[in-house]
Design a protein around this ligand. Sequence first.
Ligand SMILES: Nc1ncnc2c1ncn2[C@@H]1O[C@H](COP(=O)(O)OP(=O)(O)OP(=O)(O)O)[C@@H](O)[C@H]1O
Length: 319
Amino acid sequence: MGDGRYSAEHLAQLITTDHAYTTVRNNIMSVDTILIDEVSMLSLKTLETLETVCRKLRSSNLFFGGLQIILTGDFYQLPPVPNPEYGDHGQFCFLSDAFICIQHQLQLVEVLRQQDDALITCINELARGEYLSQGSCSLLAEVARSLKASGQLVLFARNFDAELFNADQLSQLPGKQTMYTATDTGNSQALKRRARVPKYVALKVGAPVVLTTNLSEQHFNGLLGTVSEITPDGPLVKFSFQIHQQAILIRPHLSSIFSPAHQKVIATRKQLPLLLAFAMTIHKCQGMTLSSVEVHCQHIIAAGQLGVAVGRVTSRAGL
Ligand SMILES: Nc1ncnc2c1ncn2[C@@H]1O[C@H](COP(=O)(O)OP(=O)(O)OP(=O)(O)O)[C@@H](O)[C@H]1O
């Protein structure tokens, strides 16, 4: 699907004819089922683009070309992020006819991440935007304190606050800092507004980081890791699932900014696909389970943000 820059028809044509899309084409033609998680953030436009692409490639009049579609998620979590530059207004996917064709529904009612009933009630009330019960108010007052242990992930509503916090924490980490400067081409204003990775990425050994792109099936956007070494070829990062495995070398990754008006790429950036992760935005952490988390409530504006943030933690001791 990429970043949503192409219309469904254009994408279907590219996938059919362009060698760069061979794997995508083979996948769509050979799989039986597509499973999409965190469906609350899936926009109507993205769902309909996927539906059209599958139907056209599989030359079928059935919804999704006859593929089985499984959507999982919680519509009380974060809504889709609008992308007006690419004509995506961030409407919920359940407003689409393509969603309505999905007829079987299962509701998962047992919470397994937390065992504490009062915490579960509090997360549900925050997620639904209801008035908080006395019990939830007391719980939130009780956890408004500094955590004894260090190393917790800090969550902010805005990128700006997360970036400020990350820079401050990096400066306090001992060791030599290495700065990676992006190689840019094209429209600098477009890069400033829309690039996913910054012009400068500063790292030190021991710094927590998060991947910002899918490098492989195992190394995906949102994966947390720690810088284990800085080599002349780039940083080595050990990811959280790799307890007994070697750290991997992260190399600069080319990303581009597309102009729908001009129907062409107007800028490129080659930069490490990494962000510091002492702190991150609540949008970035949806889906994670964390033992220890600090939530900053200022500037929360999107529906579901506070419920998602508080709902990441497994117990009130770590909140
Ligand atoms: N079958 C299970 N037995 C025990 N614990 C489980 C089980 N399934 C999930 N959990 C616990 O619940 C946590 C959350 O699971 P999971 O991430 O699959 O939930 P989710 O519904 O996708 O949550 P969210 O949408 O809020 O991210 C897991 O990290 C694990 O600790």
